[in-house]
Design a binder for this molecule. Structure first.
Ligand code: ME8
Length: 529
């Protein structure tokens, strides 16, 4: 069986369960969620995976500091991650933890198979090692001859007997693969980086098991050794699909993945180590690995090891989950770095969400209540302005689809906001209050019908991005669930909104924030902690 193009498999990195989730983790997961929801909306069968990476030295150290076992430590963090995903309405279909038995057995089988076929061998090794990043570096890669090129901390010298993967055997095949598959590594700048920094200079064999580690998956034929982080972590993408299990229907249906969405700092692992493991296992490679940019704070990367972290829970407490989703989806271009500041967040909240979208819904619903006791009446003859609004609404789904296919959620939201803007302009130009004053009731009914229908389009289109808001739009418009006009297919026609529907004004979607940004009120959100 080969994977159907109707099936879509998307993954986030599995996040280290060594510290609380921060806004960087939220960013990747929200983007993946918007894509997963979008492809479900257009009718694909989606498998969306996220999870936590729970092994490694850092976990042992942190657990020891707290006087608890590594398992207790990761169990507590797992709850934090899951709680955040729930608050952010993340619609993952599965959640993997590398401490789960289903994952461990697959890692062991993979390790065993690669050893049996000669891709993994044992030798002793000495090298520069960065404990926080859990990575070995060559002399050449170090900054100033002693610092980790990723986090800038001092490395230590480590010597031990370990298992190695013969990466060098696969380098040429991988170079040819990347050359032949321009969509495999995106954006293209990352593909160029991979080629010039790592592949063309020649691949060194990769350490895949360590005797100095105690917290991890045991090497099946050598209990002194533990599988080193990357083979363990990367295998999650297939361990959850039941690779090597008797029932491999998930594997058949969803592998290869359509998209591994990752931060740019781990592109290397996903575009070099993972593909060669897959080649060695004789499995197809994922369609795309996308290495997105970083959210920066004061132009510096937010990260647990640097301690300059923004807690997404605080942002949600203050502005709501959809506001955070909107900001990260609409104001960050996937692939580029972006600065996060409280001031910018508040501005975007007030302008795009409270003013543009929130007001559009509340004034439309308020006018229908004021002029027609809440009832939406049928439209009569459409004039040029009506036609223009209708044409834009009908063109927007294709624009959103093209943007999502191109992995540009910001462009998709810009297209939706163009429609929102056109609706607001339509209200200003049509001036329903004047139509009422002048007794032009039929025209008034038409204008309010056009707006209700355009808002239905906006509600449908917003579902993947702002799920709570989309639901509120449907509720306030009075669209009952059983009428199937919130589906993607229903956007093929403008005019499906049923006349006679009664709208219900609800709470404002986004109550305006007049406050000073939270950081200035003594709250630490957005400050280095
Ligand atoms: O690397 N901006 O886990 P991790 C944007 N366990 N995204 C950010 C970010 C920031 N400032 N900080 C983190 C690991 N991220 C491994 C992955 S996968 C088989 C194993 C996001 O907890 C981004 O997706 O350090 C980044 O790649 C990931 O979190 C790193 O999470």
């Amino acid at each position: 069986m080969t994977k159907s193009s109707d099936n879509y498999y998307i993954t986030t990195p599995i996040y280290y369960a060594s510290g609380k989730p921060h806004i960087g983790h939220a960013y990747t997961t929200i983007v993946a969620d918007a894509l997963a929801r979008f492809y479900r909306l257009v009718g694909k069968r989606v498998h969306f995976l996220t999870g936590t990476d729970e092994h490694g030295q850092k976990v042992v150290e942190k657990a020891t500091e707290q006087g608890i076992t590594p398992q207790e430590f990761v169990d507590a963090l797992d709850l934090d991650f899951r709680a955040l995903w729930q608050r952010l309405q993340i619609s993952n279909d599965d959640y993997v933890r590398t401490t789960q038995a289903r994952h461990r057995v697959v890692v062991q089988r993979i390790f065993d198979k690669l050893y049996q076929q000669g891709d993994i061998y044992k030798r002793s090794y000495e090298g520069h090692y960065c404990v926080p990043c859990e990575a070995f570096w060559t002399e050449r890669q170090l900054t100033d001859g002693k610092l980790c090129p990723d986090c800038g901390r001092e490395v230590t010298w480590l010597s031990e007997e370990s298992y190695y993967f013969r990466a060098s055997n696969y380098a040429q095949r991988l170079i040819e693969y990347i050359d032949a598959h321009p969509d495999f590594i995106r954006p293209v700048t990352r593909a160029n980086e991979m080629m010039s920094n790592f592949l063309r200079p020649g691949l060194q064999d990769i350490c895949v098991a360590r005797s100095s580690l105690k917290w991890g998956v045991q090497v099946p034929f050598d209990p002194e050794q533990v599988v080193y982080v990357w083979i363990d972590a990367l295998s999650n993408y297939i361990s959850v699909l039941g690779y090597t299990e008797e029932d491999d229907s998930l594997m058949q249906n969803f592998w290869p993945a359509d998209l591994h969405l990752v931060g740019k700092e781990i592109t290397r692992f996903h575009c070099i180590i993972w593909p060669i493991i897959l080649m060695a296992l004789d499995l197809p490679l994922p369609d795309t690995v996308f290495g997105h940019g970083w959210l920066l704070f004061d132009d510096d990367k937010m990260s647990k090891s640097k301690g300059n972290i923004i807690d997404p829970n605080e942002v949600i407490d203050e502005f709501g989950s959809d506001a955070l989703r909107y900001y990260l989806l609409a104001k960050v271009q996937l692939g580029n770095d972006a600065n996060y500041t409280d001031d910018l967040f508040t501005l975007v909240f007030n302008v795009d969400l409270a003013n543009d979208l929130g007001n559009l819904l509340s004034r439309t619903v308020a006018m229908i209540e004021r002029y027609f006791q809440g009832e939406v009446h049928a439209a009569t003859a459409a004039d040029e302005a009506d036609q223009e609004l209708q044409n834009l609404a009908l063109a927007t789904p294709a624009a959103v689809r093209a943007a999502m296919d191109a992995l540009e959620p910001n462009t998709a939201l810009a297209a939706i906001w163009k429609l929102v803007g056109a609706c607001n302009k339509y209200i200003d130009n049509q001036a329903p209050w004047a139509l009422q004053r002048e007794g032009k009731i039929e025209r008034l009914q038409t204008v309010l019908y056009q707006l209700s229908e355009a808002l239905r389009f906006i509600g449908v289109l917003l579902q993947p991005f702002l799920p709570t808001t989309a639901e509120s739009i449907f509720t306030q418009l009075g669209i009952p669930d059983h009428i199937k006009i919130h589906t993607w297919d229903s956007l093929a026609e403008f005019g499906l909104f049923p006349p006679g529907t009664v709208v219900h004004k609800g709470d404002p979607l986004f109550p305006r924030h007049l406050d000073t940004p939270p950081a200035e009120k003594g709250n630490t959100k957005g400050q280095k902690v």
